[in-house]
Design a protein around this ligand. Sequence first.
Ligand code: GLC
Ligand code: CA
Length: 560
Amino acid sequence: MNKMWWHKSVVYQVYPKSFYDSNSDGIGDLPGIIKKLDYLAILGIDILWLSPVCVSPMYDNGYDVSDYYAIAPQFGTLEDMDRLIGEAAKRGIAIMMDIVVNHTSDEHPWFIESRSSITNPKRDWYIWRDGATEKLPPTNWESFFTGSAWELDEKTGQYYLHLFGRRQPDLNWENPLVRDEVYRMMRWWLDKGIKGIRLDAIDLISKPERYYDGKDGNTIRGMELWANGPNIDTYLKEMNREVFSLYDVVTVGETSFADTKRAVAFSSPERKEMDMIFQFEHLNLDHEEIDKWERIPLDLVKLKRVMSRWQTELHGKGWNSLYWCNHDQPRIVSRFGSTDPRYRVQSAKMLAAALHLMQGTPFIYQGEEIGMTNAAFDSIEEYNDIDTLNYYTKAVEEHGIERKEALKKINRVSRDNARTPMQWSDEKNGGFTSAEPWLKVNPNCRSINVASALQDKDSVFYFYRKLVQLRRHSPYSDLIAYGDYREFCENNEAVFVYLRTLRDKRILVICSFVEYEVPFSLPFEFKHYKVSVILTNYSDRRELENGMLRPYESIVAELL
Ligand code: GLC
Ligand code: CA
């Protein structure tokens, strides 16, 4: 496999609205990000992924763009963006933009034209259909954000398709003019000096040839028809040819339906589509099939099986992204770790080690590096996320679920868990803003915050920093980036053990996922090896003798 610069890179995701507010309006902004670049430089990351910053009515916080060529005024100006690109570059940090082109906002001029009349030249830029009957939409498809995926537009009497929210109409990728405009826009950003692109919901751009009703069952209706449509590879190859191949850029596609085979097709360098993708299998394990609101306990054996399968099946063929968290997922410590003050720090570090020593490009989501937890607001009024609010209305009004019960589910699952403002200090609003924040700050900012993490050499932050250093620049860099992967103790329900090997170098990663002590012994074949501990989340751990692992203990050891 050809070596690429981003094989040893670590990406940090910023959700601009919640990162740092520089002008006291309660909303994070680009100048705020610039102010915090030194902090990111200490962490040691290479790439900064910005969730969308373009002009948008913010119905879905920027994942609904109304002008691709301008920065949302809440966040700043194009000059701020240029400054951010420049200031980041000075610190060795590249900017990755989040590009949303499966759909636009309903306020995008293209859509305004498209909906204006059936004969408008832009009519065909979106997906319009007649209803199945006078009252029924064209198909029974349901959107990701609850409710029909079709919206009737009174003016022309036709329906438009929106796989996400009602105000996020899907673009018609069949139309070459649409594709040309998208590629032109991407080149415009790359010409500005961005070095990365995250492609939002990109596996949905090619729609099925025929539109028919989806199956009833345990999934969102219609969903099985949407992803990886007949032209998906054609469009991505074209996009690569017209855009990516002309720049030194790293690309990652959000593909919630990809299995490992699909992932190889997307990320294999010879196929020239994308560099890597975000898969969802590992984060789909703690909820019912596709109903993410119905949580079930995590089965560690299943998680290990999924992670190991992605490691081995992409090895030498494609490239993995590695992530636990993003702006759509609840916080990982609250999910696979523990928020109990006795274990929060240890479990956050353990989860970091388990992920960062795998093959692939790791992504850290803002606040993950200090072990931030879920928000758990007491009332639905405190939530902002459109997906959450839609779910609540439907659950309570249509399904008669008790309000308290619905809120309980939301507390665990809502995307707002990840979106509460970054906790910078123990000051008011966690030091995020001096005004009223757009979304409530988690009250635990008094103890969980950047200022205290920076002062404590044993904090989650410094553990992440060590992992970043190990990958980027250490005697283990090549091994972490390119080594083989092998799992041990596959059926152990408490401990995840894997080995990375490159030539005669080996590291063993041992992670306990439980809050009680569990026995552990070195795999028999290493009995005669010398074990040297390189990283651990219990500072008194010096050696790896057979015996007990403490709650959430993690040990990374070289076998010599
Ligand atoms: C992606 C984004 C999510 C957004 C959706 C629609 O899944 O990560 O935040 O709501 O696409 O753009
Ligand atoms: Ca602001």
